[in-house]
Design a protein around this ligand. Structure first.
Ligand SMILES: Nc1ncnc2c1[nH]c(=O)n2[C@H]1C[C@H](O)[C@@H](COP(=O)(O)OP(=O)(O)OP(=O)(O)O)O1
Length: 190
């Protein structure tokens, strides 16, 4: 696995040129001994894939508050304290806007997972995670998440299915490292 973060400079220069600011999203996973809750996305972006629960951070909302809200909206679970474990950046070739996805986990929640208009939840044993029916980047960073590690990743997609380049880096503490603004942002050199 690659822990150097960098490749070309195109994403960073887009930000410098005053292009679209990053689209900020959350992604939350509820874990229990030996299993993890995933949701089948029924509509919209990522439709037909299993994923954690999350979505766009609203204006004036903190990323953590957005993650708590989206988890409840999509799974009916209440988890007021989520632990941030990762930040994933996604570049889609030809799209000037980067996606900045903040990944959270928790083992503490209340409620019973229930199907929402957007997601159908299901517990998966850690040995049976359906990577073939998930975003193709997940197989790279899930092992770090499941080991309780913190990480940054930068994935470049061509279309929705092909990763043409990626960098993934484990960090000591996600809170101590500034969010990279592009693959060549030296603030995240480790
Ligand atoms: N590549 C990849 N891997 C893993 N997870 C994701 C991606 N790309 C992604 O967008 N995601 C995650 C991040 C978010 O949790 C969801 C996408 O959120 P979305 O459904 O667009 O946001 P909502 O605010 O819920 O959407 P609407 O209500 O506007 O439909 O996928």
């Amino acid at each position: 696995m690659t822990y150097s973060y960098f490749k070309g400079d195109n994403a960073r220069s887009k930000a410098r040129d005053g292009m679209a600011p990053n689209k900020r999203l959350t992604l939350a996973f509820v874990q229990e001994a030996g299993r993890i809750l995933l949701g089948y996305k029924k509509r919209g972006f990522g439709c037909g894939r299993w994923n954690g629960f999350g979505g766009k951070v609203h204006d004036g909302e903190t990323v953590h508050a957005g993650a708590v809200r989206e988890l409840e909206e999509e799974s009916a679970l209440i988890a007021p304290k989520l632990d941030k474990v990762g930040v994933l950046m996604f570049e889609f070739l030809g799209d000037p806007q980067l996606m900045e996805v903040h990944v959270f986990t928790t083992k503490h929640y209340s409620g019973t997972p229930s199907e929402s208009e957007e997601m159908r939840p299901k517990w998966y044993s850690l040995e049976e995670i359906p990577f073939k029916e998930m975003w193709p980047d997940d197989v790279y960073w899930f092992p770090l998440m499941l080991k309780g590690k913190h990480f940054y990743g930068y994935f470049t997609f061509k279309g929705m299915n092909d990763i043409v380049d990626y960098k993934l880096r484990e960090v000591e503490n996600i809170h101590d490292v500034p969010i990279p603004q592009g693959p060549q942002d030296t603030t995240c050199r480790g």
